[in-house]
Write a protein that binds this ligand. Structure first.
Ligand code: ZN
Length: 411
């Protein structure tokens, strides 16, 4: 942690202690005094904030400013339980637009671009976040919102849209429609900024190829402003995040202790400047890692890797945490492997045994590829496993990545 970042962290917790009823209470219960936080190592002593806590204080229990300073609220979708309501001050709204404009710049978007915004507007943070960033940058926003593919494509052709923002699933719908209608020569897209869902390499290359665009991953969550807190650059070696606004930690979700540098774990975020709904050590449940070193692009902002999974999908084998996304990534680098795999974990003779079954192309020699997968696994994830190469189409298909892991140990 840089010195100036720690200074702003200190100021942040002092403010929480004075202005946030929610955190005042939390500090009291946890028994930590903010005077005890003298160096970055002490941050570990501070309590986490969880999604459950935010649900429990529905609707506005997180608000840390007087009512007259709140200009807007957004809300998470609330598919499980109560939604989480996040109040924003005018400064929060502006800070978010600044971050979003940085995202566009990092992806090489300029004021000459025309940016079509396909995510939803309203309680959801996506649409308005993308729009505010475009306006801050000085490009032209085309705020269509979701659905209505007919109109979407018409506008895209008539206005010569150069950049679009979308979820990966809607980007795929657009790509397929463009191919089906044979209108690619009338489309002027150069870049796609894709956010909000985890998605595989296959889907990415289909969108890329069908639309002939560069793809940039954008990350964010409603609790922390919304989309726009990080994005990848032209080097595509991880997502740059804005460390003047946000402090990122990676913890082992089971022990709640920080992981070693560069290791995967749960992303924990502190919003250093947020006024309306400040968050201290918020557990995102997203699994990623911080990437050490500087990016070849020269940008000084640090990087995190793509989100490889959720803490709910994690399995622990031989004392090592494994996430489905890590396996996706590993197989991507091995020639002849498809993206389809299945993991079987058993407890045999007092030991964990993990078998990775992978679909491989018929041109590859099965013994050879099995050995290569096992070697890669040992080197990258750290444990010895059994591997089996099977033919294409042999494994069951499932939408959910976590369904690919069959854990028979505790049955
Ligand atoms: Zn970069």
């Amino acid at each position: 942690m840089r010195r100036d970042q720690f200074e702003s962290f200190k100021k942040f917790i002092e403010r929480l202690n004075e202005e946030s009823p929610f955190y005042k209470q939390k500090f009291k219960i946890s028994g930590v005094s903010i005077e005890d936080i003298k160096s970055p190592d002490d941050i570990e002593k501070l309590p986490f904030t969880t999604k459950e806590e935010l649900r429990d204080i529905y609707p506005l229990g997180l608000q840390a400013v007087p009512d007259e300073k709140v200009v807007r609220i957004h809300s998470s979708s609330g598919t499980t339980g109560k939604p989480i309501i996040i109040p924003y001050t005018a400064q929060d709204v502006d800070d978010w637009a600044v971050m979003m404009a940085r995202c566009y710049k990092t992806a090489g978007v300029t004021p000459m671009d025309r940016v079509q915004i396909t995510p939803g507007f309203g309680l959801w943070t996506a649409g308005i976040g993308f729009q505010a960033g475009v306006e801050k940058l000085g490009a032209m926003a085309i705020p269509i919102g979701p659905g209505n593919t007919e109109k979407q494509l018409q506008m895209m052709m008539d206005l010569k849209t150069t950049v679009f923002t979308a979820t990966s699933s809607y980007a795929l719908v657009l790509a397929e429609e463009v191919a089906k209608r044979g209108i690619r020569s009338n489309i002027h897209l150069k870049k796609g900024i894709i956010g909000s869902e985890r998605w595989g390499e296959k889907m990415r290359s289909r969108i890329k190829n069908e639309l002939n665009v560069d793809i940039y991953d954008i990350y964010g969550l409603t609790e922390i402003y919304g989309p726009g807190i990080s994005i990848d650059c032209d080097c595509h070696t991880g997502l740059h995040y804005w460390d003047d606004y946000l402090y990122f930690e990676i913890i082992n979700p089971a022990t709640e202790k920080p992981v070693e540098e560069g290791q995967y774990g749960e992303l924990v975020i502190t919003t250093l400047k947020k006024e309306g709904a400040p968050l201290l050590r918020y557990r995102t449940r997203d699994i990623t890692r911080l990437i050490p070193g500087e990016c070849p692009c020269g940008l000084k902002f640090p990087r995190h890797d793509i989100i490889v999974g959720r803490t709910d999908d994690m399995v622990k084998v031989k004392g090592v945490n494994i996430y489905p996304g890590q396996i996706d990534e590993l197989l991507r680098d091995i020639d002849g492997c498809s993206s389809e795999y299945q993991v079987v974990i058993e407890h045999i003779n007092g030991k964990d045994v993990m078998k990775l079954r992978v679909e491989t192309e018929c041109r590859v020699e099965k013994d050879g590829v099995e050995r290569i997968i096992a070697e890669h696994f040992k080197r990258k994830i750290g444990i010895l496993i059994e591997t089996e190469a099977v033919s294409l189409g042999e494994l069951p298909r499932s939408e959910k990545k976590s369904k690919r892991i069959l854990d028979y140990r505790y049955q």
